[in-house]
Design a binder for this molecule. Structure first.
Ligand code: SF4
Length: 729
């Protein structure tokens, strides 16, 4: 990377924090882990500070973790980490970490604990699980999970009889996008998103703030695209860092994105600027699609979105002029208004009109790597069906578990009771909408186990807390990734856990023993398991330990490279008209529905991410806390003046249901619409054991008390709340 490019990367990734993200080094001798005593050992592993899973190299001096930098061999990092990855050292040394197993001694939620041994904690969990099984059946225990450590918990619990498991990464993040694309192209988007940003000539970001939303390799490519002077079009009520790189910024009224997308589609068709060859060869139901969107004119969209018609037209012509090297980014955290699958389908269709599927500079077709399985047991058959997803026919197109469906069943006891929750590495109190409903569900449980590194709000409600290691202190399942090349990456411990924390696989294995199903983990330790998988696949275990990554041979990912396009939809084509949706009573072509406006004196609360923190997981990390100790509420300068609120003054936020936030500092700025306020979520922690982060900033999760659920696949909204600003007394 040239120094200029590197500067561009920094300016995009860290513009709001002034943080340095990238590390540079010579690769000569870098990966030699056999250094003499007293010297620095360099051990590859992959990062879990977020779920981009960049390969890094830990530097360990005299047995102590010193620094963590990017692994040049790894396609997710390309030798550079983002601020959080660099700050992973702080996760290891975090003074607020959970240190030993804890059992509740007082009332649930009062946070009174006694320290116990691992044996005592796991024996208690196994005994309660068996009691629930005897009284209600094994399906009455559910697993909420997030992150890579979940793998063996899920395996053990599924072997024992659990069928209900879900991660908030689906219904509270990317699920609507994946289903929208699946219904259109017959394939979801996946992670990392197969967007050929480094070769694109035009990147369209709809509510996606790349750079603040720090997905390392994608932001690196964004920097390259900006350096090449690729056109950037940003649709966002807020002038994000990405918007500052844009040729066109469309500050739409929140909730109107689909109106804009449909008008863009209509304009491309009416002006004949779409890819006619692609549509003729690969499109299904195009004429019906054209008829369905014919009234979505530019004039109509301009009124809905509150942006000028000229801007809408100019942006559409810009993206058409670069096709097929134009990308309308699918986004990632897309659960905004409860109708997000149709908006994502609109984005998928706009991309289809641009003919960019499987094209250089467009959406490439990601390739994977084949690694041999270890050969673990199969799971038992069940008489009952899952509570969520397509099987339960609540959300007919859900293809993963739905967290809130499990929560609803825990409250109602229907169709069968849920009496035990295992919660692995996810702070449901911040991740799920309506804290009140989560608490109501918790009160119906006979067992709540939380496995975590931090004393999160969720841990505060647990009966038993099991302290997990950080990713730097453990092995995990082998990562097999999809991208321009498939790859496999190794996670291995680089330092020992500082207290009595144990790796997730070890906890799962010990629990399996206590449950009498120890045979389902038929290996001494995870190193043995991983070695078997790697060697069965024909690769060298020793080489992987020192290099961290195995790359698969390159296969064609674009038409330009010889790829033949295939679509896994029922028609075998790109479905402009979806018979699947129509058969279930949904719109075959997305239709725009107007969302409620903010009542007088209130503002639409929208939320986002910062490059220095991940969800609610990193606020106590001393290095990342130093970068960004609290969040701010962005308020338009004119609005602030009208309310008599000064820049950097603290206020509280009160939503339409009367929920009052912790105090949060005002950022008065012209970079946001007057009807909208914005903050980064994950702050405002209320667990006193998170000493560094306790009551620092406001919690967006807490203010998300009013939400809508997408009837197509179960995503729950995060942008359906209105807040007023309450001045401090
Ligand atoms: S994007 Fe950053 S935090 Fe996420 S895995 Fe990569 S380096 Fe780690």
């Amino acid at each position: 990377m040239s120094s200029f490019t590197r500067r561009r990367f920094l300016s995009i990734s860290a513009a709001t924090l002034g943080a340095s993200a990238a590390g540079t080094w010579s690769t000569a001798g870098l990966l030699d882990a056999s250094t003499a005593p007293g010297e620095v050992k360099q051990i590859p592993t992959f990062c879990e500070m977020c779920f981009w899973r960049c390969g890094g190299i830990a530097h360990v001096r005299d047995g102590k973790l010193w620094k963590f930098e990017g692994n040049p061999r790894d396609p997710q990092s390309n030798g550079r980490l983002c601020p959080r990855g660099t700050g992973a050292v702080g996760a290891h040394y975090d003074p607020d970490r959970l240190r030993q197993p804890l059992m509740r001694v007082g009332e649930r939620g009062k946070e009174q604990w006694k320290a116990v041994s691992w044996d005592e904690a796991l024996a208690f969990v196994a005994e309660r699980m068996n009691k629930i099984k005897a009284e209600h059946g094994p399906e009455s225990v559910a697993l909420f999970n997030h992150g890579f450590g979940q793998r063996f918990f899920q395996h053990v619990l599924k072997t024992w009889g659990v069928i209900n498991y879900a991660g908030s990464s689906y219904a509270q993040c990317r699920g609507a996008r994946d289903v929208g694309f699946l219904l259109t192209y017959g394939a979801g988007v996946g992670s990392p998103e197969p967007t050929d940003i480094k070769n694109t000539d035009c990147l369209v970001l709809i509510g996606s703030h790349l750079g603040e939303n720090m997905h390392n390799s994608q932001v690196q490519e964004f920097a390259q695209a900006v350096e090449r002077r690729a056109s950037v079009i940003v649709v966002d009520p807020r002038f994000s860092v990405a918007a500052s790189k844009a040729k066109y910024w469309l500050p739409v009224k929140p909730g109107t994105d689909l109106a804009l997308i449909l008008a863009w589609c209509n304009l491309l068709v009416q002006e004949g600027r779409y890819d006619k060859d692609f549509v003729a060869k690969h499109g299904h139901g195009f004429d019906k699609f054209v008829d369905a969107i014919k009234d979505n004119t530019v004039k109509w969209a301009a009124e809905q979105c509150d942006v000028s018609p000229e801007l809408i037209v100019a942006a559409a012509r810009e993206m058409a002029s670069h096709r097929p090297a134009t990308i309308v980014h699918p986004g990632r955290r897309v659960n905004w208004y409860g109708d997000d699958t149709q908006r994502s389908r609109g984005i998928a269709l706009l991309n289809a009109l641009l003919g960019n599927y499987g094209r250089k500079g467009g959406l490439f077709v990601a390739q994977g790597i084949s690694m041999a399985p270890y050969g673990l047991n199969k799971y038992p058959e069940h008489a009952r069906h899952r509570l969520d997803g397509a099987e339960a026919d609540i959300y007919p197109f859900a293809d993963e578990g739905i967290t809130t469906a499990i929560r609803d069943a825990t409250v109602s006891g229907k169709p069968y009771p849920i009496k035990g929750w295992f919660v692995y590495s996810t702070n449901l109190m911040q991740a799920l909408p309506s804290e009140a409903e989560t608490i109501k569900a918790i009160q119906n449980l006979d067992l709540l186990v939380v496995c975590e590194t931090m004393p999160s709000e969720m841990a505060g409600w647990a009966d038993v807390i099991l302290p997990d290691t950080t990713f730097l202190e453990r092995h995990d399942e082998l990562l097999t990734g999809f991208g321009r090349n498939g790859w496999a990456a190794l996670r291995q411990p680089v330092v020992a856990a500082p207290h009595e924390q144990k790796p997730a696989w070890w906890i799962a294995k010990e629990l399996a023993n206590k449950l009498g199903i120890g045979d389902c983990m038929p290996f001494k330790d995870l190193e043995e398991y991983l070695k078997v998988r790697v060697e069965k696949s024909g690769h060298s275990w020793e080489k992987l330990k020192t290099e961290g990554v195995i790359m698969a041979p390159h296969k064609p990912i674009t038409v330009e490279e010889g790829l033949e396009l295939e679509f896994g939809t029922p028609s075998g084509k790109v479905e402009f008209w979806s018979d699947q949706l129509a058969a279930k009573g949904f719109d075959a072509v997305p239709k725009y529905t107007k969302h409620p406006e903010a009542p007088p004196g209130s503002f639409r609360l929208i939320t986002g991410r910062a490059p220095g923190h991940t969800f609610s997981r990193t606020q106590t990390n001393p290095l990342l806390h130093d970068l960004m100790p609290e969040n701010e509420i962005w308020v338009n300068t004119a609005t602030a003046a009208r309310l008599g609120i000064r820049n950097r003054e603290y206020v509280q936020l009160k939503n339409q249901d009367g929920v009052l936030s912790n105090r949060v500092r005002v950022k008065a700025t012209q970079r946001i619409r007057e009807d909208t306020v914005y903050m980064v979520y994950g702050f405002g922690h209320s667990n006193k054991l998170m000493k560094t982060a306790y009551l620092k900033g406001a919690s967006a999760g807490q203010l998300n008390s009013s939400y809508r659920t997408d009837p197509i696949m179960g995503a729950t909204s995060i942008h359906t709340n209105f807040v007023s600003l309450v001045k401090e007394a």
